[in-house]
Design a protein around this ligand. Structure first.
Ligand SMILES: [Zn+2]
Length: 324
């Protein structure tokens, strides 16, 4: 099935072999053994390791290669369109402009070869200041990376508390310059994080958002305002629920919330969009029709141009005609 992914981090696209290779190229010893480097025990540890391996990317060529290779990996899994989150704060060895242009170049090279059409969501880190956030968006306006489609925010809300107000001005500016807006919330935060993102950041999508199920008024609001939750099942099991049986995907779907299925950190978690779709099918018993519907919702919630969205719908319709 031609698939669409809206919640996936470039920082989570490094597999153990690539990390070892980058460490070798940088002349650094591996502080983790190769078998367990991708198995952090919690979100904080994951963010610490992301900082370390992204910091091993020392040249624009290495960043370009990572982006290109990731688009290749997505293609192999049947992903035809992706919006990939990149957070420059993790990539300490490259300047922001150099990083974002190198990643764009890797995605453009892949797209030109007919591989997955990958675009860029530049992400703020939740612990940044309001001024830093505004400066980032102003820089994106002055020199937009060629594959830029939107602004995102991630990081550990359990550590920072709701931060919607702090980033309201940056997200308002992003809207003014035509960027799509999405925010991580309702995972490391409870429903209050989702309220904060909706009230202050004016996002049309929430990354995760699964803990919205704990607040019936919030569920109603998500439906009323047609906000999409970009859910990542295995990631939520690993960092939040412990077991898939406790995941509220089915309840969210039954209530009528628009959800899409995504991988979050596919290499780190050892998952693909196909495997996550299968997991969703197990939970919701939605069959091929349900998978097609979820992909339609992803196209509708994407920040793709109208013509790109139409092209994706045609691909999906052609698939549906074959299998239904
Ligand atoms: Zn995420």
């Amino acid at each position: 099935m031609p698939k669409v992914e809206l919640h996936v981090h470039l920082e989570g696209s490094f597999d153990a072999a690539r990390i070892a290779e980058l460490a070798r190229e940088a002349g650094e010893a591996m502080p983790y053994d190769k078998e367990s480097v991708l198995s952090p025990s919690n979100l904080d540890e994951l963010l610490t390791r992301l900082d370390w391996w992204c910091g091993l990317v020392r040249t624009p060529e290495q960043a370009e290669r990572q982006a290109y290779d990731f688009a290749t990996r997505l293609s192999a899994d049947g992903v035809v369109y992706a919006e990939v989150i990149a957070n420059p704060t993790h990539w300490s060895a490259l300047s922001r402009d150099v990083l974002l242009e190198a990643v764009s170049a890797g995605f453009a090279r892949a797209a030109a070869e007919g591989l997955c059409d990958a675009w860029l969501l530049v992400s703020l880190l939740r612990s940044q200041t309001s001024d830093e956030a505004i400066e980032l968006v102003a820089a994106l306006e002055r020199r937009p990376p060629s594959r830029l489609v939107g602004l995102s925010i991630d990081g550990n809300e359990a550590a920072t508390g709701p931060t919607g107000e702090r980033f309201a001005s940056a997200f308002e500016l992003a809207g003014t310059i035509g960027l799509g807006r999405t925010a991580h919330a309702g995972e490391s935060s409870g429903p209050e994080g989702v309220w904060s993102a909706l009230d202050h950041l004016r996002v049309t999508r929430i990354d995760h958002g699964v803990r919205s199920i704990e607040d019936p008024r919030l569920v109603e609001r998500l439906i009323d305002e047609a906000v999409t939750l970009d859910v990542c099942l295995t990631s939520n099991v690993r960092l939040l629920y412990g077991t898939i049986d406790l995941h509220p995907l089915r309840q969210l779907v039954d209530h009528g919330v628009a959800v899409t299925i995504n991988t979050d950190d596919p290499a780190t978690l050892g998952v693909s969009l196909t495997s996550e779709m299968e997991l969703a099918d197990n939970l919701c018993s939605w069959g091929v029709d349900g998978a097609i519907d979820a992909t339609e919702r992803a196209i509708a919630a994407s920040f793709a141009s109208e013509s790109k969205a139409s092209e994706l719908r045609r691909k999906l319709d052609a698939f549906a005609a074959q299998v239904t």
